[in-house]
Design a protein around this ligand. Structure first.
Ligand code: ADP
Ligand code: ADP
Length: 225
C-alpha cells in the first residue's frame, strides 16, 4: 500500500482554540475517503494543512510522500484542490482562469488547449466557458473549481464540500464525476452528509471538535451508531 495523503500529528491553533488537534491518518493510493463532521468540526482547516495552504502549529502533512512543509511544490504537482467556496476571480471566465492556471503550471499552446477542452467537457462547462465566473450559478462555479483542480491531471484530489449548495441534479452529476475519478485517483472529500459518504467513499474519517474520532468503512460507522 502506497500512502498518498498523510497527516502526522497535525494541529492548528488559533490562540488557545484548536481548530485541528493532533490529527493522524494515512490514505492509500486508490482510496476514496471522506472527512465527515458537523460544521465547524475542523474539516476545512485540516484540508488546508494537508494542501500546504496553511502552516500547521504542529505536525506534518505529506502528499504522494512529499512533505508539504519542505517539499510543497513537488507535492502540489501531484495534488488537485477544490477550496471551500470554489474559485475566486469573479471577473475571469472559466477559459481565462484555466489558461492562467495552466500557464502557472508550465502548460501552454496546443497541449494546454487540449487539456482545457478535456476538463471543460468532463465538468460540463461548454455553455459558460466565456462568461464571468462571478455571474455563474453555484453549481457551475463548483464545477469550474473541479476543472481547475483536474487541469494538471493530478493523481491526488482534496475536495472541500464538492456538493455543497448544489441542487439535486447537480449533486447527482458531481457524485458521478467523483466516482469516475475515484477509479484512477486517490481522493479525500469533505461533507457533513452521511449519504454522501455512502454514495462515493470506501473510507470515512469522522472529525469532531478538531479531533479524528472515527476511521473506518461507512459500514463500520453505521454499525457503530
Ligand atoms: P469545517 O470545515 O468542519 O466546517 P473549519 O475547519 O472551517 O470547520 O473550522 C473549524 C473551527 O475553526 C471553527 O470553529 C472555525 O470558526 C475555526 N476557525 C477556522 N479558521 C479560523 C481562523 N482563521 N481564525 C480563528 N478561528 C478559525
Ligand atoms: P506561504 O503561504 O507564505 O507560502 P505558508 O503559510 O503556506 O507560506 O507556510 C509557512 C511555513 O509553514 C512554511 O515554512 C511552510 O513550508 C510551512 N508549512 C506550510 N504548510 C505545511 C504543512 N502542511 N506541513 C508542514 N509545514 C508546512
Amino acid at each position: 500500500d502506497e500512502p498518498m495523503i498523510e497527516a502526522i500529528g497535525l494541529s492548528k491553533y488559533y490562540g488557545n482554540f484548536a481548530a485541528s488537534r493532533d490529527v493522524t491518518f494515512s490514505i492509500n493510493k486508490g482510496e476514496v475517503a471522506a472527512f465527515l463532521g458537523p460544521n465547524g468540526a475542523g474539516k476545512s482547516t485540516t484540508m488546508k494543512l494537508l494542501t500546504g495552504y496553511l502552516a500547521p502549529s504542529a505536525g506534518t502533512a505529506k502528499i504522494a510522500g512529499f512533505n508539504m512543509g519542505t517539499e510543497r511544490l513537488l507535492g502540489a504537482e501531484r495534488l488537485g484542490y477544490l477550496p471551500e467556496n470554489g474559485p475566486l476571480y469573479p471577473d475571469m471566465s472559466p477559459r481565462s482562469l484555466l489558461t492562467f492556471f495552466g500557464n502557472a503550471r508550465g502548460m501552454a499552446g496546443m497541449e494546454l488547449r487540449k487539456r482545457i477542452e478535456e476538463v471543460v467537457s468532463r465538468c460540463h462547462l461548454e455553455a459558460v466557458i466565456g462568461k464571468p465566473i462571478g455571474k455563474l450559478s453555484k453549481g457551475y462555479r463548483q464545477r469550474v473549481g473541479m476543472a481547475q483542480a483536474l487541469l494538471h491531471n493530478p493523481d491526488v484530489l482534496i475536495l472541500d464540500e464538492p456538493t455543497a449548495g448544489l441542487d439535486p441534479n447537480q449533486i447527482r452529476e458531481v457524485r458521478k464525476l467523483i466516482r469516475e475519478l475515484g477509479e484512477t485517483k486517490t481522493i479525500l472529500l469533505s461533507t457533513h452528509i452521511l449519504q454522501e459518504v455512502e454514495a462515493m467513499c470506501n473510507r470515512v474519517l469522522f472529525i469532531n471538535e478538531g479531533r479524528l474520532v472515527f476511521d473506518g468503512t461507512p459500514q463500520e460507522l453505521a454499525a457503530d451508531q
